[in-house]
Design a protein around this ligand. Structure first.
Ligand code: 13P
Length: 250
């Protein structure tokens, strides 16, 4: 039985006070939820304050990115150890916005996944196709390539040490959600690829989130699908009531 994992990706939104206030209002709204891990990923600048707000709540703290080296002359970058020092447990790797706007390649993301696992952080590796790729029938080959690149040589002891997120690019911030059937089809494909890479036992316990216009009114149906184990929520996670409603829908 996989436990759901619902994450809020706040992207480049919230100043420190706003981040702390949003977390404060969320805490009571998701208290007592036992069948889902809840994770908040504010911008780097919000992590320090958020660690204090979330202390003792059971809500996990995540980062949206990191660099793969432990330390060094890498101006502007943040290391796995720095994230751990801030109480971070999870890190989003390879969000489509990083692939698209910052040219992060599959082999570069592979270094990040490995570094996260080695440091004891749980990477959330994001994969997803563009509308053009979907319409030309390339969805599976695109996802397969992203998985092969991102997971090359990655070793995990437990399925819980890795999370995947399927985020069709055409559904991000557009209000167009993949239908539960469309999402399930890709999730089942990802599960099959994970089985090839890690074996059935591990693959059966790796959680695969769906992301792309998840809202309170579509969350339950999406997460009712057999291979959808949670959500990576953008826009709706910036509103405490909406995000809590999504968490409560499982
Ligand atoms: P939206 O929920 O705003 O579509 O964003 C999805 C996303 O990119 C989460 O990482």
């Amino acid at each position: 039985m996989r436990k759901y994992i619902i994450a809020g990706n706040w992207k480049m939104f919230t100043l420190r006070d706003e981040a702390a206030a949003l977390a404060h209002s969320l805490v009571p709204l998701v208290a007592g939820i036992e069948n889902a891990d809840v994770l908040l990923c504010p911008p780097f600048t919000g992590l320090d304050r958020m660690e204090k707000v979330l202390e003792g709540t059971g809500i996990f703290l995540g980062a949206q990115n990191m660099y793969h080296e432990d330390e060094g002359a890498y101006t502007g970058e943040i290391s796995p150890a720095m994230l751990k020092d801030l109480g971070v447990s999870h890190v989003i790797v390879g969000h489509s916005e990083r692939r698209q706007y910052f040219n992060e390649s599959g082999s570069f993301l592979n270094l990040k996944v490995k570094a996260a696992v080695e440091a004891g952080l749980i990477p959330i590796l994001c994969v997803g196709e563009t509308l053009e790729e979907r319409e030309s029938g390339a969805t599976e080959s695109v996802i397969a390539g992203q998985l092969e690149d991102g997971l090359e040589g990655v070793e995990i002891a437990r399925g819980e040490d890795l999370v995947l997120a399927y985020e069709p690019i055409w559904a991000i911030g557009t209000g167009k959600t993949a239908s539960p059937e469309q999402a399930q089809e890709v999730h089942a494909f990802i599960r099959a690829k994970l089985t090839q890479a890690f074996g059935a036992d591990l693959a059966g316990t790796i959680r695969i989130q769906y992301g792309g216009s998840v809202k309170p009114d579509n969350a339950a149906e999406l997460m009712g699908q057999p291979d959808i184990d949670g959500a990576l929520v953008g826009g709706a996670s910036l509103n405490a009531e909406s995000f809590a409603a999504i968490v409560r829908s499982v």
